[in-house]
Design a protein around this ligand. Sequence first.
Ligand code: C2E
Ligand code: CA
Ligand code: CA
Ligand code: CA
Length: 279
Amino acid sequence: AKAGGRNGACFFDPSMQDAADRRAAFEAAMRDGLAQGQFRLFCQPQFDRVGGLVGAEVLIRWQRGREEVVGPDHFIGFAEESGLILPLGAYVLEESCRALARWQGEPALQHIKLGVNVSVHQMRDPAFPALVDGILDDTGAPPERLCLELTESVFADDPHEITRRMHELRARGVCFSLDDFGTGYSSLAYLKYFPLTELKIDRSFVRDVGTDPESAPIVEAIIALARTLGLKIVAEGVEHEAQRHFLIHGGCSSMQGFLLGRPQPIGDFENRYRAAGIG
Ligand code: C2E
Ligand code: CA
Ligand code: CA
Ligand code: CA
């Protein structure tokens, strides 16, 4: 093997090899897991101001073993680096649209929206609009119930390409939500430029709303901005009654968080809210 790279450092550092092996093994395990149906959709409910169920966010989990459940923060990054995010993302979209189609005709579920997280790598794929279109056709899901959640990082890419893709999907009826709003670097002008339907206030702002005197006016300003631009607003990470109270009085149209409902397997979500309808 080649030894002694620049600075006299060993090029094939054995610990680096270990790390590379571990990464390769993790990726192979993810690939197998995807083939074996180990990735499962969880849903976290979203409610309006009076507690009516208006939607849910789809959150992926990897059921690696009977007891071992891996959260997305541990594998989405690897999936993006390895390209696995494309088949994984397609799987999430397809399962989400299947659920939307299944819920048609169910009084408590047929009007709700599903928020699906979409990686910048998926938006970069020129075939993405056709993929979504095909999934909508195949499943029979109502497109206007599908809300794709993007983070501000997508706007750092070629904005013309991204808007073109978004407009194609908007024409089909699909909605777009800007996730984690306020944490990225995007200019406010982007809010006008991109065809968005909804803003999600990041939970870092929601967290401090009752305690930090600076967060409250920021959240109020975001809500006012969204209203001016005709965007719906969802506050995420609502954990305390005081936060909910503040958001309702601030004019926030919907919210999600541990106070209102945890992410739960999609089957449990269906069974629970098909019976309840309201939270
Ligand atoms: P996100 O899109 O910001 O999702 C919200 C995260 O906040 C979820 O974490 C959710 O469980 C958590 N959460 C919800 N309510 C509360 C609360 O009241 N308090 C606190 N502390 N946390 C709350 P999760 O499920 O671990 O997902 C983490 C991230 O992984 C997501 O952040 C999203 O960026 C990504 N992700 C999840 N599913 C997918 C997917 O299917 N595709 C892609 N590309 N990314 C996904
Ligand atoms: Ca999200
Ligand atoms: Ca978020
Ligand atoms: Ca986040």
